[in-house]
Write a protein that binds this ligand. Structure first.
Ligand SMILES: [Zn+2]
Length: 176
C-alpha cells in the first residue's frame, strides 16, 4: 500500500479509532477499525466501512435520543434511507419546504413528525429489529422527550467492525 502523501510504500495495517466525518455527523467514530498508517508521515487511511453497518449503528443511537433530531441528523437518516427530500416529505405528510427547513435548522422538527421520522428510519434501516425498536422508541419518547433548544450533549456513536467484515480491506476512495 502506497502512501498518498509521501509516496512511500511503507504503510502498515493497524487498528485504531477514526473520526468518521464522512458520515456528515461529527460524533461518529470507527472503533477497533483497520487503518492503514504511513510509518514515515503518519497519514491515516481507514479501510472503507460498510455503509449499512454504519447506518444501523447510527440509526439505533439517533432514534433513542431524548431531544429533537437536528438538521444534520435528519439529513443523515434521509440519505441512509435512500430518500430524496420530496420523498421523505411525502412519507411524513409534510411539504418539501418544511422538510428543507428542518434540514437547514431553520425550524425545529415538531415532536409528532420527529416520532414519525424515527419510525420510518426503524422500519427501513433496522427491519430485523423493527418490532422491539418501535416499542422501545415509543416508550422512551413518551417518558423522556425534551424540547429544549440548548445544545445537546452528543454521546459518541461507536461503530465496530463485524467479526468477518475485514475480508474486503479497501481504503476509502476519499483518501486516494
Ligand atoms: Zn506517508
Amino acid at each position: 500500500m502506497r502512501c498518498p502523501k509521501c509516496k512511500t510504500e511503507d504503510m502498515g495495517l493497524t487498528r485504531g479509532r477514526y473520526q468518521y466525518r464522512e458520515s456528515g455527523l461529527d460524533y461518529v467514530w470507527l472503533v477497533d477499525w483497520p487503518i492503514y498508517t504511513c510509518t514515515k508521515c503518519n497519514v491515516e487511511m481507514p479501510t472503507l466501512p460498510d455503509t449499512e453497518l454504519v447506518a444501523m449503528n447510527v440509526t439505533r443511537a439517533l432514534v433513542r435520543q431524548g431531544t429533537p433530531l437536528n438538521g444534520d441528523e435528519i439529513v443523515y437518516l434521509r440519505k441512509a434511507m435512500g430518500l430524496k427530500v420530496i420523498e421523505l416529505a411525502d412519507a411524513l405528510g409534510v411539504s418539501r419546504v418544511t422538510t428543507s427547513r428542518w434540514e437547514n435548522n431553520k425550524t425545529s422538527i415538531e415532536p409528532y413528525y420527529d416520532f414519525k421520522l424515527r419510525m420510518e428510519a426503524v422500519d427501513r434501516l433496522l427491519p430485523h429489529e423493527r418490532r422491539a425498536m418501535r416499542e422501545e422508541v415509543s416508550s422512551l419518547l413518551q417518558r423522556n422527550y425534551r424540547l429544549d433548544r440548548e445544545p445537546k450533549r452528543i454521546e459518541p456513536i461507536d461503530v465496530r467492525p463485524q467479526p468477518l467484515a475485514a475480508a474486503e480491506m479497501q481504503p476509502t476512495a476519499a483518501y486516494l
